[in-house]
Design a binder for this molecule. Structure first.
Ligand SMILES: NC(=O)c1ccc[n+]([C@@H]2O[C@H](COP(=O)([O-])OP(=O)(O)OC[C@H]3O[C@@H](n4cnc5c(N)ncnc54)[C@H](O)[C@@H]3O)[C@@H](O)[C@H]2O)c1
Ligand SMILES: O=c1ccn([C@@H]2O[C@H](COP(=O)(O)OP(=O)(O)O[C@H]3OC[C@@H](O)[C@H](O)[C@H]3O)[C@@H](O)[C@H]2O)c(=O)[nH]1
Length: 342
């Protein structure tokens, strides 16, 4: 027994890459799997990775909150493949890198079927780690600022263990991601898997689902439809919003760097929800009303990333300010909602 536990505590070298990696038919220098690649962040990551001609990109997605529409410019491209696949089932392919994003991210979607959300986070992450182990791939998990729960330390450094309700309606997501992080580190310690963990803070930008339910997409869609902006009470709760191009840049740097993480990736600019509503009103539709509505349980009261580690280890910090990013998202929403600018 002692020998077994000793063995389990040993950090092994990473497994060898799959023999198929050296097949004479292997054309690309880097074959990259993106689970959840048909979603908001995933599809922007695909765009960025496809810019490099040495990359071959495979997306596996069950289309729960993502869509083929987000990837339409790549369908049929020789370096791109799209697979309808649910990560709660094993996937047998040969890859060098895995960006594991698959998981609904908007609270209304992750609460819709909480048991499925837990399965996606736990079984899905186990399956992706099993794949990484079999083929010797490096794997990056998109964890979340929600692992800090309703934080008692502000801003949140990676060393903070969080304040999470383990039995609340958000637990399927925040506890699910916490287990996913645990699995990543256990596979790293026990099997030598090369891991990277990003703790992503609220991210926004073009291609978010119009009825996604998250605050930035809600406010922009409401402002364009001429509806009142729904600020959930008390409205003093804060979030820090990162534009999607900055996020993608941070994720790629983390994947290709040497640090396992977890590393916070987010924009430290912090706003109350009332301030966000006022900014959207001013930029998009000054005649719109702002109304206070009921909130949902366990809504974190404040959130802001401490990004010292990302700056130091990845040389990364966000470039796009909220007032610059909102108009870019407005443009995309106008096109999709067919509301031309006057
Ligand atoms: N956007 C944010 O603010 C934010 C913040 C923190 C963490 N994250 C994380 O980043 C990742 C991407 O988030 P997003 O904002 O792009 O969300 P999204 O909902 O747009 O994308 C998630 C994608 O995963 C797919 N998916 C869900 N369950 C799946 C399953 N069982 N099998 C296969 N595919 C599945 C969806 O269809 C979708 O394409 C998620 O892991 C999320 O937890 C996002
Ligand atoms: O219409 C709305 C929607 C939301 N809100 C408020 O806006 C704040 C942000 O809510 P969102 O639903 O956009 O996102 P949350 O910050 O609660 O969760 C997000 O956190 C990070 C990621 O893991 C996920 O993308 C998501 O879970 C909350 O305080 C919420 O009460 C409004 O005031 N009005």
């Amino acid at each position: 027994m002692a020998a077994t536990s000793e063995k389990q505590n040993t950090t092994k070298p990473p497994p060898s890459p799959s023999p198929l990696r050296n097949s004479k038919f292997f054309q690309s220098n880097m074959r990259i799997l993106i689970s959840g690649g048909a979603g908001f962040i995933g599809s922007h990551l695909v765009d960025k990775l496809m810019e490099n001609e040495k990359n071959e990109v495979i997306v596996a997605d069950n289309y729960f909150t993502g869509s083929k529409e987000n990837l339409k410019k790549w369908i049929g491209h020789p370096r791109f493949e799209l697979i309808r696949h649910d990560v709660t089932e094993p996937l047998l392919i040969e890859v060098d890198r895995i960006y594991h994003l698959a998981c609904p991210a908007s609270p209304i979607f992750y609460k819709y079927n909480p048991v499925k959300t837990i399965k996606t986070n736990v079984i899905g992450t186990l399956n992706m780690l099993g794949l990484a182990k079999r083929v010797g791939a490096r794997i990056l998990l998109t964890s979340t600022s929600e692992v800090y729960g309703d934080p008692l330390i502000h801003p949140q450094p990676e060393s903070y263990w969080g304040n999470v309700n383990p039995i609340g309606v958000r637990s399927c997501y925040d506890e699910g991601k916490r287990v996913a992080e645990t699995l990543m580190f256990d596979y790293h310690r026990q099997h030598g898997i090369e891991i990277r963990i990003a703790r992503i803070f609220n991210t926004y930008g073009p291609r978010m689902n119009i009825d996604d339910g998250r605050v930035v997409s809600n406010f922009i869609a409401q402002a364009l439809r001429g509806e009142a902006l729904t600020v959930q009470k008390p409205g003093t709760q804060t979030r820090s919003f990162c534009y999607v191009s900055d996020m993608v840049d941070g994720l790629i740097r983390l994947m290709e760097g040497d640090d396992t993480g977890p590393i916070n990736i987010g924009n430290p600019g912090e706003f109350t929800m009332v301030e966000l509503a006022e900014t959207v009103k001013e930029l998009i539709n000054p005649s719109i009303e702002i109304k206070m509505v009921e909130n949902t349980p366990d809504d974190p009261r404040q959130r802001k990333p401490d990004i010292s580690k990302a700056k130091e280890v990845l040389g990364w910090e966000p470039k796009v300010k909220l007032r610059e990013g909102l108009p870019l998202m407005e443009e995309d929403f106008r096109l999709r909602l067919n509301v031309p600018k006057n």
